[in-house]
Design a protein around this ligand. Structure first.
Ligand code: C2O
Ligand code: CU
Length: 460
């Protein structure tokens, strides 16, 4: 269907778990010397066919890389063999592994040198929709990413099929290509520039869904009456997306893998690093429907297709068809109610940090010339962010799930939160239960490279 490798089966993970589990107990998280690794990732140079361009890029064999799927509580065990001409690491975005497995070069591990390998190994007790990606420099802006799904032991949702859609902005190997302009709309076209939602300003010729451009789209299939689960993930470097399915409302069940009371909307807004799980009832009688996405604050479009089984290919909408649902109802964070809120104690947090997001600085500092945020194990920590700039910033915390502060007191539990521009304020709470040194950064890779990063550092 999408030209990807078939998903890894659960069996291949189980095969490695007995020996690896033993190693975990004896080796304290160091890579096991014996036992077959469950999964190999081989980052290396490759060619991606983007609308006939033959783009030279770096990837894990395919773009996206192979799906990693396991069951809550199982051991994730991945051997990474570096075939790149550069150092690399793999970060498990949204998971909360022990610090040494977090994949941040020179913070949690020595980078994996060209030609060498490293085995990541940790348990994954929390189910959800996650991603893995390289975390050295701008490598994630190439094809070095893939989906990671942890299934619950007992799936509480009923659905007939599921699909993962990874939304990306693409320039690697096609920079000279002059397609979608990627220009920000001129202020003449916008009555109030403050209303333009924009997460970045770079030029990306292509917007891809599962590595495919609009003229060669991924196709999702189902029958009338089916209920689909879509795991929608924004893995772009510089682009926040609006996402909708023509003719089909979306029922949000999870944000960043964590469950919320179901809310039905027309469209999603996803900052970079954010994920939404939605249920889609196939309530039409047939045909092929546009799964549309467009960048916030820029021109351009990407798409996939929803095809009712048996509908002829001729029913596909043109690549440029824009679902009107893109302009419909979105859910704000304060409309999402967590069904599994964090166990925050009563009273007030042990530690509060007030951070100003200004340009690509955090409170006037650029990493690595930036003060760490010290915390102590067991504390309840609050980060209050105020964004004085013109870009939205999707702020991501490694190693923890946090709760977004909303008037309901039951805001969504997430790992990446978009802080609106022009004075937008967002507060998040987390429990300091995972010792180590953890990155907290903007998931706009350009902003991250500019130093929009802090370390959350456990101290005793
Ligand atoms: Cu997707 Cu530092 O993370
Ligand atoms: Cu940013």
């Amino acid at each position: 269907m999408s030209g990807q490798r078939p998903p890894l089966t659960r069996r291949s993970f189980l095969a490695g778990s007995a020996a690896a589990g033993l190693a975990l107990m004896t080796g304290c998280g160091t890579p096991a010397a014996s036992g077959p690794p469950a999964l190999q990732l081989r980052p290396g140079p490759m060619t991606l066919d983007v609308a006939g361009t033959g783009a030279r890029t770096w990837g894990y064999g395919t773009v996206p890389g192979p799906e990693i799927r396991l069951r809550a509580g199982e051991l994730l065990r991945v051997r990474v063999t570096n075939g790149l001409p550069d150092d690399t690491t793999v970060h498990w975005h949204g998971l909360a592994p022990p610090n040494a497995m977090d994949g941040v070069p020179n913070v949690t591990q020595r980078p994996i040198a060209p030609g060498s390998e490293f085995t990541y190994e940790f348990r994954t007790p929390v189910p959800g929709s996650f991603m893995y990606h390289a975390h050295v420099g701008m490598q994630l802006d190439r094809g070095l990413y893939g989906p990671l799904v942890v299934e619950p032991r007992d799936e509480p949702l009923a659905y007939d099929r599921e699909h993962t859609l990874m939304l990306d902005d693409w320039a690697d190997g096609v920079e000279q290509h002059s397609r979608h302009t990627g220009e920000e709309p001129g202020t003449s076209a916008i009555s109030d520039a403050r209303e333009v939602v924009s997460f970045g300003g770079r030029r990306y010729p292509f917007l891809l869904v599962n590595g495919r451009p609009p003229e060669d789209p991924t196709v999702v299939e189902g029958r009338p009456g089916d209920r689909l689960r879509l795991r929608v993930m924004n893995v772009a470097a510089d682009t926040g997306f609006r996402f909708a399915v023509a003719g089909h409302p979306l029922t949000i069940t999870h944000t960043d893998g964590m469950p919320v009371e179901p809310v039905t909307v027309d469209a999603l807004r996803l900052g970079m690093g954010e994920r939404y799980d939605v249920l889609v009832d196939l309530r039409q009688r047939g045909g092929t429907w546009q799964i549309g996405m467009e960048p916030e604050g820029r021109s351009g479009a990407g798409r996939a297709l929803l095809r009712y089984t048996g509908s002829p290919a001729s029913t596909a909408p043109p690549a440029a068809h824009r679902p009107s649902e893109l302009d419909g109802r979105l859910a704000r964070y304060d409309e999402l109610l967590s069904t599994e809120p964090l166990a925050l104690p009563s009273g007030s947090p042990d530690r509060v940090f007030d951070l100003t997001l200004e340009g690509t600085e955090i409170s006037g500092q650029s990493y690595p010339d930036a003060d760490p945020l010290p915390v102590v194990e067991g504390e309840w920590v609050r980060l209050r962010m105020r964004n004085t700039g013109a870009k939205w910033h999707p702020m991501h915390l490694h190693g923890h799930h946090f709760q977004v502060r909303t008037p309901s007191g039951r805001g969504p539990v997430k790992d990446t939160v978009a802080v609106p521009a022009h004075g937008g304020e967002v507060g998040i709470d987390f429990l300091a239960t995972n010792p180590g040194r953890w990155l907290f950064h903007c998931h706009n890779h350009h902003h991250m490279a500019d130093g929009m990063v802090r370390l959350v550092e456990y101290r005793s």
